[in-house]
Design a binder for this molecule. Structure first.
Ligand code: CA2
Length: 146
């Protein structure tokens, strides 16, 4: 099995650290990448970390995981709440996907309470800031070892 994990980030997450620090903290996407790569190394996995504002690109990257990655950590951003295409991609690849959100989506607007990603993902972590990505990597590797 591949010893690589794909960490995917959706729309507007490239803006981390530039505004809304009350919701998303003050660190940047580059900081988050460094945390994920370091956590992956500690777990014995290489982490490939990507961000796109395009739904189709995220679908393509989930398809790419089928043969090349042991699992995926996915923060689909606002596509979480709208994208049947992402849900179908996750359901069709046969690779474990763990959903993560920086904020607690259930404490926010009603439209954020629905997640199409959750309908296909193995599990979901939200509300713990960047630490949620480390938790998701732990959960994924724990799953892969059992
Ligand atoms: O809490 C999360 O991680 C979200 O996936 C973030 C999405 C939001 O649409 C989801 O409901 C929850 C938005 C990401 C936007 O990130 C920004 C960061 C800094 C400044 C502006 C936007």
């Amino acid at each position: 099995m591949s010893k690589s994990i794909l960490v995917l980030n959706g729309p507007n997450l490239n803006l981390l650290g530039t505004r809304q620090p009350d919701i998303y903290g003050s660190k940047t996407l580059v900081d988050l990448q460094a945390e994920c790569v370091e956590k992956g190394e500690a777990l014995g996995y290489r982490v490939d970390f990507r961000q796109s504002n395009s739904e189709g690109t995220l679908v393509d990257w989930i398809h790419e995981a089928r043969n090349r990655y042991a699992g995926v950590v996915l923060n689909a951003g606002a596509y979480t709440h709208t994208s049947i295409a992402l849900m179908d991609a996750i359901a069709s690849v046969g690779v474990p996907v763990i959903e993560v959100h920086i904020s607690n989506i259930h404490q926010r607007e009603d439209f954020r309470h629905v997640s199409y990603v959750s309908k296909a993902a193995m599990g979901m972590i939200c509300g713990f800031g960047f630490y949620g990505y480390s938790m998701a990597l732990d959960a994924l590797v724990n799953h892969l070892r059992h």
